[in-house]
Design a protein around this ligand. Structure first.
Ligand code: TXA
Ligand code: MG
Length: 318
């Protein structure tokens, strides 16, 4: 999005909610109220729309985003639903609880939403305006807090505009958020883990589950976990070489800009397109099982987040 973009101020009436849903369906960015904080929403199935979230926030790295849904029935379409998830959803959804669960095959979410991980964070917000937008949009919506990277989370439409005016398509004004802190995040891929404290107290979750919550990191006493799901960062299985002029024998080449390559992040050198393609292309090349060489990506705009991710992928591992 161009910094000169006009940000629409929407009132949370029937017309404003319909407009927000229409913008989302067209790949737009809409800041909307939830009971915790304002979220910067985009269609979670649209690579380009999700890339625009990172561009608007000026995030120097891609971290996985929370997908917002209308209810537990919708959630079960995207993840491997469990009895524990069901118990927690009955107790706390709609509300300030986010559940991280293993993805189902054919989920259709952008790999940029999950930062290439095999799990996804899901939440059903309680705010009536958020619920109406989700129902009208009829699609899963990715939404981090609607603030520029490094700034505090917004709890009013004025906070959103102070940080993002001119960088997003619209803000839907639903008044002040009542909870005021982000949702509590629970990992449910092995034992229930508290990944981030938030609006729902850990004690209430432990009471609903009838067991204590583990910490974010697996320790040996926690038993085995599925590989790749605990890792906070996706990395290809094969070695990755950066700043490559071209492939060496046996390497697959991931290009950027006009050049011959096995796959190209953006033949036209467009950062938004490159970000949108990043995880999908890495997964596709990784599936071919050969080392990957990557063309240089300029260190500007979304290039910072792209290069951060590529450097992690290329870092030495055990
Ligand atoms: O209350 C909230 O949760 C707000 C409102 C807008 O819903 N959203 C929010 O999103 O706080 P965000 O992007 O600021 O925080 C998302 C957090 C990140 O810290 C990320 O690490 C974690 O969720 N997360 C997302 N997906 C994950 C995954 N697959 N595994 C582990 N952590 C994940
Ligand atoms: Mg945030």
């Amino acid at each position: 999005m161009l910094p000169s973009h006009q940000t629409e101020r929407l009132v949370a009436d029937t017309a404003g909610i319909a407009r927000a849903a229409q913008l989302l369906a067209n790949g737009g960015l809409v800041a909307l109220p939830t009971e915790t904080v304002y979220g910067l929403a985009a269609d979670a199935g649209d690579d380009r729309a999700v890339a625009r979230i990172f561009e608007a926030k000026g995030r120097p790295r891609f971290n996985p985003l929370i997908v917002h849904l209308t209810g537990a029935e919708a959630a079960a379409r995207y993840v491997q639903w469990t009895d524990e998830a069901d118990r927690l959803a009955s107790a706390f959804w709609p509300g300030a609880l986010t559940l991280v669960l293993p993805l189902r095959a054919g989920h259709g979410l952008s790999p940029l939403v999950t930062a290439g991980l095999e799990t996804v964070a899901l939440r059903v917000p309680a705010h009536p305006v958020a619920r109406q937008v989700l129902a009208a949009a009829a699609r899963p919506v990715a939404a981090p807090s609607a603030n520029p990277s490094g700034r505090i989370s917004p709890t009013t439409a004025a906070h959103v505009l102070a940080g993002l005016d001119g960088r997003i398509d619209a803000v839907l004004d639903g008044g002040a958020c009542t909870v005021g802190v982000e949702s509590t995040i629970l990992g449910l891929w092995d034992v229930p883990r508290l990944l981030r404290p938030g609006g729902i107290p850990a004690e209430a979750i432990e009471a609903a589950l009838g067991m204590p919550l583990a910490g974010p990191d697996a320790s040996p006493s926690d038993g085995p976990s599925a590989p790749g799901q605990l890792a906070s960062h996706y990395a290809p299985g094969a070695p990755v070489r950066l700043e490559a002029d071209g492939p060496r024998p046996g390497e697959l080449f991931l290009g950027f800009g006009p050049m011959d390559a096995d796959l190209n992040l953006s033949p036209g050198g467009d950062m938004l397109e490159a970000a949108a393609n990043l995880f999908g292309h890495l997964h596709r090349l990784d599936a071919r099982g050969a080392p990957i060489a990557v063309a240089p990506i300029p260190e500007r705009g979304l290039g910072l987040a792209i290069n951060d991710r590529l450097r992690r992928a290329a870092a030495p591992r055990d």
